[in-house]
Design a protein around this ligand. Structure first.
Ligand SMILES: [Zn+2]
Length: 491
């Protein structure tokens, strides 16, 4: 389903609710646990000035666990290990061995709570010795899971910082004047050898690592606006100068020089998702996006909308839009490939991706066309959409360029829209063509359309029918193929 102006109010409301939820959860204290089998976060409870966590909840993702409360005793069994705790007491027994806790054990509604400060000594008794607890940051590493980044400053041809992680990472990236910040909420990233690394460069000057409340943070300080791009299946993040905002400035305002106080366009979302995504079926430049100028001939970006917790519309009782768009996206990838296109599928699994991340990944790939896919249970046929750009807006430098990245190619997008609509019509789809205020179309710097698939003559069953989806995918691919010359020669 699309977030078109008709349901903009609802979207606004949802955004506000989401922001509220985010504000609340940001303030909550949490413990992050990183183990080979699972990564998770648990809420912290404060009792009498001590921080507590539920012991059963902590062990549950790691093995077989059961607990039992009786008067004056609380027992827990984890795999083959038995332990016994007593409410109000700081002494416990694990496998018969006495263990001292830093604060009295508590039982609340049958839940056993242990003090967080006890975990460093208590957990190895359950899990073996391979436990590393960063207590002040509330980050618990079980087994050999830590990812220690290495940083390398490259000065030629343009200064850029290559941060290698050795495993895929998925940080939230944001910028502020003089700084690019990577927040690792789910990755077991630990600091480099020293928490601050200085570089012999006037451009990118310093990297600093910190961790607090279950989250690690790596900040890169620079004299210029920075942009991050992912390489090597999200194992490497390359940080370089943000591109000048000269192109993509809709109203012909003079481009702002890249000054230290600007914020990089689009850096809040250049991140592709974790391991394995995006799925690349064509070579994509390994050079940082900012210095790669040429478009990739015949590279198309296919973006199945929604994913992860963000399910999209409920198309039927057990049918989420995110699943339909994924299957549809894979079929479209195939149809484009057999017509000679290389395809970057932005998600090839059930993972969550923000709209900024989607646009950032598409822009970094320098593809020639971007197709966002949605599905809807109402109506029939298909809708084809292009961006509805804001006519005017305050000139706040690079943000404005990000929000109107689509402006310079919008006429080509409309050409693609008409061609796709025409091919869909030939295959008996009822087609609507519309401009829609629909993210991330505005932020995509290449010809871009969204296609929303609606049921056909067989009703809802069509949405899960491979032959129906395949027919639509073939029409979209035909439409794009029919205007490929326009796409390749775009400015
Ligand atoms: Zn949708």
């Amino acid at each position: 389903m699309l977030s078109t102006p008709t349901n903009k109010l609802l979207v606004l409301l949802l955004v506000m609710l989401t922001l509220l939820a985010a504000a609340t959860s940001a303030d909550e204290k949490q413990l992050s646990v990183y183990a080979p089998v699972a990564t998770y976060a648990l809420p912290i409870q404060e009792r009498s000035g001590h921080e507590y966590v539920g012991l059963l909840e902590l062990l549950e993702p790691l093995g077989r666990v059961s607990s039992e409360a009786s008067t004056g005793r609380w027992r827990i069994r984890f795999n083959a290990i038995d332990a016994e705790f007593a409410p109000g007491k700081t002494r416990a027994r694990v496998q018969g061995r006495v263990t001292d806790l830093t604060a009295p054990f508590l039982v609340e509604n049958g839940r056993g709570l242990v003090s967080v400060a006890s975990l460093g000594t208590l957990l190895p008794r359950f899990l073996g010795s391979a436990v590393s607890f960063h207590e002040s940051a509330r980050r618990l590493f079980i087994g050999n899971v830590a990812i220690r980044p290495s940083l390398q400053l490259v000065t030629e041809p343009q200064p850029h910082l290559v941060v290698s992680f050795g495993a895929a990472v998925n940080p939230t990236i944001s910028t502020e004047p003089g700084k690019l910040r990577m927040l690792f909420k789910h990755d077991p990233v630990v600091g480099p050898e020293t928490s601050t690394v200085s570089f012999d460069s006037k451009v990118i000057t310093e990297a600093s690592f910190s961790e607090t409340n279950g989250v690690a943070e790596l900040d890169i300080a620079a004299a210029i606006p920075l942009i991050a791009s992912f390489n090597n299946n999200a194992r490497t993040i390359t940080i370089s100068a943000a591109p000048s905002v000269a192109s993509g400035n809709a109203a012909g305002q003079p481009a702002q020089a890249a000054a230290g106080t600007s914020v990089a366009a689009g850096t809040s979302g250049a991140a592709p998702p974790a391991a394995g995504n995006p799925t690349l079926t064509a070579p994509v430049p390994s050079a940082p996006a900012a210095v790669q100028q040429n478009v990739n001939r015949l590279l198309a970006v296919v973006d199945p909308a929604h994913g992860g917790d963000e399910r999209g519309a409920a198309l039927a009782d057990n049918l989420a839009e995110k699943d339909v768009t994924l299957g549809f996206g894979r079929l479209l990838r195939h149809e484009l490939e057999v017509r000679g296109f290389a395809v970057l599928l932005l998600r090839d699994g059930d993972n969550a991706l923000g709209t900024d991340q989607r646009a950032g990944a598409a822009n970094a790939a320098h593809a020639i066309v971007y197709i966002s896919l949605h599905a809807v249970s109402q109506g029939t046929g298909a809708g084809v959409y292009t961006a509805l750009l804001p006519v005017t807006g305050p000139n706040n430098g690079t943000f404005r360029a990000w929000n109107s990245a689509q402006a310079s190619v919008l006429s080509v997008s409309r050409t693609v829209e008409s061609a796709v609509a025409s091919e869909l019509g030939k295959k008996q789809f009822q087609v609507r063509e519309e401009a829609a205020s629909l993210r991330p179309l505005n932020n995509v710097a290449m010809p871009a359309i969204a296609v929303e698939l609606a049921p056909g003559p067989n009703g809802l069953a069509d949405l899960t029918s491979a032959s129906y989806q395949q027919k639509a995918a073939a029409a979209i691919a035909d439409g794009i193929n029919s205007v490929r010359d326009r796409l390749v020669t775009q400015p």
